[in-house]
Design a protein around this ligand. Structure first.
Ligand code: AMP
Length: 284
């Protein structure tokens, strides 16, 4: 497994693979890898001849400088974790390689980027859309793998690929969870043991709300109870907790089309996000 830092070197490797008619997959990450990331790598291995994992903590998608500074950087351990997974290249460029002097372009996906995390993290999804577009250009990959954990991001990436006619096929992969139901995240490591024990209330409350909504309860009531349970468990703030359409993220009262509950909540100074499917109701 090679660690590559320059776009020129990466492109030369990928060009050779493509000449040999090999299918190239990419798994974009910000490092601090966990089993959720490794499940994307496995999906890529299963669908591609060559796999690139990118590790880049993208400054443009952090609206909060403190969050950027605190974001875990564990490249050596990441490389060790990837070792047994048959990854061909780790592309870990410095910021100057991704955003050289004079960089002036922004990719912005209207609509899908506005609600949920977009409303609370100004500029976040423009940063994501810009770096993902660049990673597709730099890697020239045929297929790219993203987690459903970041559902809104996945929908934004699908949209921009369609809108910009990018020749890359997007695969969404299910959220990996710890045994207590908490979605794996690089940020979970920043929770104290006490707070980590409380974190399971978030997915549990979301599941309870999903069950209530699927059996005919109103979204407003089910989500209000979930919010109370989350705050009573010791979360400092529920940033959002909403029922929305899975595809276009339109707000919903009832799951009369594929729907998900989306949540972001603060626990011990750490912002956790999650989303789950709500079983569809047949129209009355
Ligand atoms: P990140 O390093 O947090 O930017 O995540 C890189 C990729 O891994 C994104 O496509 C995420 O959606 C995905 N990912 C993060 N956590 C999980 C998880 N628990 N299960 C599956 N995919 C995940």
């Amino acid at each position: 497994m090679m660690i590559v830092r320059s776009v020129a070197e990466l492109r030369a490797m990928v060009a050779a693979w493509r000449r040999a008619e090999e299918i190239v997959g990419v798994v974009p990450t910000m490092g601090a890898l966990h089993a959720g990331h490794l499940s994307l790598v496995e999906a890529a291995k299963g669908a591609c001849d060559r796999v690139i994992v990118t590790i880049f903590v993208n400054p443009k998608q952090f609206n909060n400088p403190e969050d950027l500074a605190k974001y875990p950087r564990t490249e050596e351990r990441d490389a060790e974790l990837l070792g047994p997974h048959g990854v061909d290249v780790v592309f870990a460029p410095p910021a100057s390689e991704v955003y050289p002097e004079g960089f002036a372009t922004k990719v912005s996906v209207a609509g899908l980027g506005d609600p949920l995390c977009g409303a609370h993290r100004p500029g976040h999804f423009d940063g994501v859309a810009t770096v993902v577009t660049k990673l597709f250009g730099m890697t020239n990959a045929d297929r790219a793998f993203f987690g459903e954990k970041d559902w809104q991001q996945l929908q934004i990436v699908r949209r921009l690929v369609k809108d910009l006619n990018l020749p890359v096929e997007i695969t969404g992969c299910p959220t990996l969870r710890d045994p207590d139901g908490v979605a794996m995240s690089s940020r979970n490591g920043r929770l104290s043991p006490e707070d980590r024990a409380k974190a399971c209330v978030l997915p549990r409350a979301m599941q309870d709300a999903a069950a209530a909504i699927a059996s005919g309860g109103t979204a407003a009531e089910a989500l209000a109870s979930a919010r109370t349970a989350i705050l009573e468990a010791g979360f400092a703030e529920v940033e959002y907790l909403e029922l929305r359409a899975a595809e276009d993220l339109a707000p919903l009262e009832r799951p009369d089309r594929p729907a998900r509950i989306f949540a972001a909540a603060w626990l011990g100074g750490v912002r956790l996000i999650d989303n789950i499917a709500v079983p569809e109701m047949s129209p009355a």
